[in-house]
Design a binder for this molecule. Structure first.
Ligand SMILES: Cc1ncc(COP(=O)(O)O)c(C=O)c1O
Length: 425
């Protein structure tokens, strides 16, 4: 095989014929494959079934709290310690709340809009046209959340080391730019890890930004989701913010969603002591306390064995990501018609087609019975101006289904590209 551009027109036509035939066969097979959402597979969920055995009639937390009762808005000490271990921050900076980090992000951004998090009147909704920086490609739910809460979005390209700092520094000179979304480790979807220099620069941003209420929204969803160990390090944003005098302007989020049971886990938010007080007061308005029995189950189940537990996930996920990489490099590598990420952890692979083809690949895949994350979803408003980014979520499918799904996927990429190339010749 050679690069697509080096093929003669006759060779290209012959290749197109082969691809059309193969595609026709798949389309006749009435497949029902799904590579859309980053969900853990059932065998991953099974790793945490031991959660149910941890209570055994003993509901008392380490500080004597009866976890069955109301109270403890910040969470029980051992659950906060678990969040601290996951996020790499002191336990005193952590609130453990609910079952979802996304819900905490919503609550905090809403709080930023309506009241602010400093108790001094500064709030994003006070006037102007508040906006957040959205590194792209990125996580679609950050975009939906921002839009829903009235925030505009300004895209920043993401590099292998995190958001393009040059672009970020220029954009924060606009006082309407109020924050930045960051997925600093195994970013969704590119899988990159922010470099130390990037983390340090982002920690300093609130002091550089024109807005005096600028906030770093640090969604560390994949903090411990490595495929090999020891874990890849990530610089400590809270400590760096402390040194830069910006600690009151950093909100860190995480959860156990992809550690234990995805919708029956624990959410975490970490912040400076002053900001934590404001968040706690807000939580106290809407609830008399979180589910501390779930907190206790998690702390007992994962306490002292978080890495061993994550190694169990890695053993199940590594073969799936290897399969994706193998199929992509075998089928697309030499043709030189796409680029893609090779993550060492997390939940996604990001692939760029040639410009103008992602939507067509999605359409071809759908017709062949393969659902992929809608093209454009990795950009705010679904608008990938170059129409080239596709997100592959390999975790939920069985290895067998994943193999077929990837064969259909690369076929669609090849077919769309070859058809386009032929139309130019
Ligand atoms: C970057 C990122 N943040 C947050 C979430 C959702 O987290 P949670 O289940 O804790 O709400 C996801 C899920 O895919 C994600 O990819």
């Amino acid at each position: 095989m050679t690069r697509l551009t080096d093929l003669t027109t006759d060779a290209l036509k012959a290749l197109a014929g082969d691809l059309e035939r193969e595609y026709g066969l798949y389309r006749g097979n009435r497949l029902a494959l799904d590579l859309t959402r980053g969900k853990p597979a059932a065998d991953q969920l099974d790793l945490s079934n031991g959660l149910d055995d941890t209570i055994g009639g003993n509901y008392i937390a380490s500080d004597g709290t009866d976890t069955r009762n109301y109270g403890q808005i910040r969470g029980i000490p051992e659950a906060r310690a678990l969040g601290a271990e996951i996020m790499g921050v002191p336990a005193a900076n952590v609130i453990c709340w609910g079952n979802s980090s996304l819900a905490l992000m919503y609550l905090c951004v809403e709080l930023l809009m309506t009241d602010g998090i400093w108790g001094d009147g500064r709030r994003w909704g006070a006037g102007g046209a508040p906006k957040v920086l959205t590194p792209v490609p990125g996580y679609d739910r950050h975009f939906t959340l921002s839009d829903r809460l009235g925030l505009g979005m300004v895209n920043v390209p993401i590099t292998d080391h995190g958001p393009d700092l040059h672009a970020v520094r220029e954009l924060v000179s606009d006082p309407d730019i109020k924050g930045i979304w960051c997925v600093p480790k195994y970013s969704n979807p590119t899988g990159c890890i922010y470099s130390d220099a990037t983390v340090a620069a982002i920690a300093e941003l609130p002091s550089v930004a024109a807005a005096d209420d600028f906030v770093v929204l640090w969604d560390n969803a994949y903090a411990v989701h490595d495929f090999s160990f020891p874990r890849q390090p990530l610089a400590d944003v809270l400590a760096l913010a402390g040194a830069a005098g910006t600690a009151d302007h950093v909100l860190i989020f995480s959860s156990t969603s992809k550690i234990t049971h995805a919708s029956a886990g624990l959410g975490f938010v970490a912040a400076s002591p002053a900001v934590l007080n404001v968040i706690e007061a807000r939580l106290n308005v809407s609830s008399v306390g979180p589910d501390k029995v779930s907190q206790l189950r998690h702390a007992r189940f994962l306490g002292g064995r978080l890495e061993a537990h994550m190694a169990g996930h890695a053993a199940l996920l590594r073969p799936k990501f290897e399969l994706v990489e193998n199929v992509l490099s075998r089928e697309l590598g030499e043709l030189d018609i796409a680029t893609w990420s090779k993550p060492e952890g997390g939940y996604f692979v990001s692939l760029d087609t040639r410009p103008g083809l992602a939507g067509e690949v999605g359409r071809l895949a759908k017709e062949a019975g393969l659902a992929i994350t809608p093209p454009g979803a990795t950009f705010p408003y679904g608008n990938d101006q170059e129409d080239r980014n596709l997100r592959i979520a390999p975790t939920f499918a069985s290895l067998d289904d994943l193999k077929t799904a990837m064969e259909v996927f690369v076929l669609c990429v090849k077919l769309a590209t070859v058809r386009k190339e032929l139309s130019h010749r």
